[in-house]
Write a protein that binds this ligand. Structure first.
Ligand SMILES: *Cc1c(COP(=O)(O)O)cnc(C)c1O
Length: 358
């Protein structure tokens, strides 16, 4: 028997979250961002579940685009990180992948000719990771026209640095820079919005929005959980209770003796640890749940197990499934207890944990 530690994936919830994204996107269409193995949910299953609603997918790299094709899906796939080698342009042309070109060397590859993929240009409006500066855009566009490559240019992409922070003025500033920078080419498409941008009142999303984390029910907005934003959890990470005992007042639990029992306490060990992707930085008092009742972690997370206080679940016995995150305990809550974000937890569930699709 394999251990029952499992990530249950609710594909109906995923589809409902996609619908929420497209409703919030208004007249913009939404490309489903399924990079990083569908944010840890399994790219083939996630992309397939959205196939009849999503007109386009977006991934980071070409391997991920090929995984979508291997799943038998035909929609165009945007490569958010462009291409890493000139020959990748051939795969793009053949596979209907749309690289987002962001740097001079990629333009040179395009100008060398031979391959004719459709593509996007990334405009750096202030994130300062990738993209051409607005000042450089006229010269880039003049080159594109000269070589004829411009005929396959779909449009312009930019990315927000602070859309998760409702108090930041940066998103509005980046939007203004983007509009001005691209105004000379009104026939080309525009795409700016990550998940967080779907929750900013009045934020223009132009032609294509790019929802990622919200599809999986994680919150893109600082200080709010996914459910508070009308999103449904998609992954439920569960693991069995493999032993229970009473530790006596004054005894410690786990590595470092980091937790000391103040009174006699019934506790249990759960078969999940940081080698499964559960965050080691989640300390004592991080919530978990058993039978819909909230319990709490105690002591340090080990590689293959962690300890819970069962005071709040007196009937729990060996074999009972413990929810580490899911419907009762939000992944955003666990992330915040571990000093991180839901993105890292979801993408971090390791291959040791089987995914079961509901
Ligand atoms: C990952 C990514 C997205 C999706 O971001 P979320 O915050 O998960 O919605 C959108 N655009 C780009 C360029 C990305 O890299």
């Amino acid at each position: 028997m394999p251990r029952s530690t499992t990530a249950y994936i609710n594909l109906d919830a995923l589809r409902r979250n996609y619908r929420t994204a497209s409703e919030r996107a208004g007249s913009a269409r939404s490309m489903a961002v399924v990079k990083a193995d569908g944010y840890g949910h399994g790219i083939a299953r996630v992309a397939s579940a959205l196939a009849d609603v999503a007109p386009k997918y977006a991934v980071a790299c070409i391997e991920e685009a090929l995984a979508i094709r291997a799943a038998g899906l035909a929609q165009p796939v945007v490569l958010l990180q462009g291409v890493h080698a000139r020959d990748d342009l051939a795969d793009c042309e053949r596979g209907d992948f749309e690289p987002v070109l962001h740097s001079e060397y990629q333009l040179v590859w395009l100008e060398q000719g031979g391959y004719a993929p459709r593509f996007w240009l990334k405009v750096n409006t202030g994130m300062n990771r990738l993209g051409f500066r607005p000042d450089d855009l006229p010269a880039v566009m003049a080159r594109m026209e000269k070589t004829g490559a411009g005929r396959r240019l779909l449009g312009f992409v930019s990315h927000f640095a602070c859309a998760d922070d409702t108090n930041s003025t940066m998103t509005a500033a980046q939007t203004a820079v983007f509009v001005t920078a691209t105004s000379a080419w009104p026939a080309l498409m525009k795409s700016v919005g990550n998940s967080a941008a779907h929750f900013i009142p009045g934020q223009p999303l132009f032609d294509w929005s790019r929802p990622g984390i919200m599809l999986y029910g994680g919150s893109p907005v600082v200080g709010k959980t996914g459910p508070e934003l009308g999103l449904e959890p998609v992954m439920s990470l569960e693991a069995p209770l493999i032993t229970t005992r009473v530790v006596r007042a004054g005894e410690t639990v786990g590595y470092g003796g980091a937790w000391v029992a103040e009174r006699d306490t019934r506790m249990g060990m759960v078969a999940v640890g940081y080698a499964d992707g559960y965050p080691r930085h989640a300390g004592t008092d991080t919530p978990a749940a058993i039978g819909g009742r909230r319990i709490r972690l105690i002591g340090r997370v080990s590689m293959d197990m962690l300890a819970v206080d069962l005071s709040n679940a007196p009937k729990a016995v060996e074999g009972d499934p413990v929810e580490l995150w899911g419907r009762t305990v939000g992944v955003d809550e666990v992330a915040s207890c571990a000093g991180t974000i839901s993105y890292e937890l979801l993408t971090g569930v390791t291959s040791r944990v089987p995914r079961t699709y509901l």
